[in-house]
Design a protein around this ligand. Structure first.
Ligand code: FES
Length: 103
């Protein structure tokens, strides 16, 4: 697990994007907590951190495909393939991310 951000840096409904060991990862803050996914829509390589959050989903800013922030699963087209989800842990006020994809 690698340090990603302080919890206070990501307000509810917002996200932060950063490159961790060569992969651009976005951490989103929802009512259920913090979730980490690859910051890349699988339809056309757009950053999902520029999209909008509804519940535990993010919608791509380009064509609106929705991804589940907990699993990376593509919930609606035009994206078909999931984006990668990553392990995340909150320790005190620090968000830690495991850059290895969740199996
Ligand atoms: S680029 Fe994301 S849905 Fe098309």
């Amino acid at each position: 697990m690698l340090p990603f951000a302080k919890t206070s840096e990501i307000a509810p409904g917002k996200c932060k994007s950063a490159i961790v060991e060569g992969t651009r990862i976005a951490v989103f803050h929802t009512a259920e907590g913090f979730f980490a996914i690859e910051d890349r829509c699988t339809h056309a390589e757009v950053r999902l951190s520029d999209g909008w959050v509804e519940g535990n989903c993010v919608a791509c800013p380009w064509h609106g495909a929705q991804f589940d922030l907990r699993s990376g699963e593509a919930l609606s087209g035009p994206a078909i393939l999931p984006t990668r989800a990553f392990g995340l842990q909150v320790v005190d006020d620090l968000i830690l991310v495991d850059p290895s994809p969740v199996a």
